[in-house]
Design a protein around this ligand. Structure first.
Ligand SMILES: [Zn+2]
Length: 85
């Protein structure tokens, strides 16, 4: 499984929507690919925060920062140079 395939299935995985064999493939990928492991972990935490936010209403600013944090994880090869925010 390639990283792009992993990322495609990630939200399904976190939602528990995958069949057993796909799930095993994803978990295999996680065991050797640290980058995807970090993305998975971050996404999982963010989803939890998003779910909580339905109760607590996060400010838009925080949502935006969470989203950009994930995007950064997904694009680690772009990490050189200061980003203009
Ligand atoms: Zn990967």
């Amino acid at each position: 499984m390639k990283c792009s395939e992993f990322l495609n299935e990630l939200t399904n995985y976190l939602d528990g929507m995958l069949d057993e064999s796909t799930k095993v493939e994803l978990e295999n990928h996680l065991s050797w690919c640290h980058n995807c492991y970090v993305v998975c972990d971050t996404t999982k935490k963010t989803i939890e925060i998003y779910r909580d936010s339905q109760l607590y209403e996060l400010p838009d600013d925080l949502r935006t920062r969470l989203r950009s944090a994930i995007m950064k994880k997904c694009q680690q090869h772009k990490k050189h140079g200061p980003q203009s925010v």
